[in-house]
Design a protein around this ligand. Structure first.
Ligand SMILES: [Zn+2]
Length: 187
């Protein structure tokens, strides 16, 4: 419909004239306002740079509310910093350092701990345990960071058992409320 009107020779001319008239009118209108805008800006600038003698009592009266405002503002910041641990939820406890490594995990809807992952405590790169010694009586896994070369040592026995121990440590911290201190320490 619109393209049809636009392509129509008569209509397109009418629209073009209308656009030119409106634009021209707008330009003239704003150009007329220019001196007023300039005068207003100058007056405003003049107000800013003009010195005014003020009674000292007026200054004191103005300073009092400003000081009170500043005190309220500062105390608000202090209390918000102090109260950081107040509204912590145990679900916020999703990382901690155990043994030589940093561990992160997730919680399921039933509170079940899953996706326990070991990270490099120096650079946060994920450390995937490598099977180290097949000839040893018990299997050994090495925790070495491929990114920065950090060596987290070995774990003896099956990795699943080691991961289970980490889960038990997390659960213990949740039970004993130790997690709160750990989360605050990490902040
Ligand atoms: Zn690393």
């Amino acid at each position: 419909m619109l393209t049809k009107i636009w392509k129509d020779p008569v209509w397109s001319k009418v629209i073009a004239v209308a656009i030119i008239t409106i634009t021209g009118g707008a330009i003239t209108y704003f150009a007329g306002l220019l001196p007023k805008i300039k005068a207003f800006s100058l007056a405003l600038w003049g107000f800013f740079i003009t010195k005014t003698p003020i009674y000292n009592w007026l200054i004191i009266i103005l300073i009092i509310p400003l000081t009170l405002l500043l005190i309220v503002f500062v105390s608000h910041i202090v209390s918000s910093v102090k109260g950081k641990g107040k509204f912590l939820n145990s679900n916020d406890y999703t990382s901690d350092n155990f043994d030589t490594l940093k561990w992160i995990w997730k919680y399921g809807s039933d509170g079940y701990i899953y996706e326990v992952v070991s990270l490099c405590p120096k650079c946060d790169y994920q450390i995937i345990p490598k099977f180290a010694n097949a000839y040893h009586a018990a299997p050994q896994y090495e925790f070495k960071c491929d990114e920065c070369g950090y060596n987290g040592g070995f774990c003896e026995g099956e990795y699943e058992e080691y991961e289970q121990k980490i889960k038990l440590k997390i659960q213990k911290n949740l039970r004993t409320k130790e997690w709160e201190k750990r989360v605050i320490a990490q902040q």
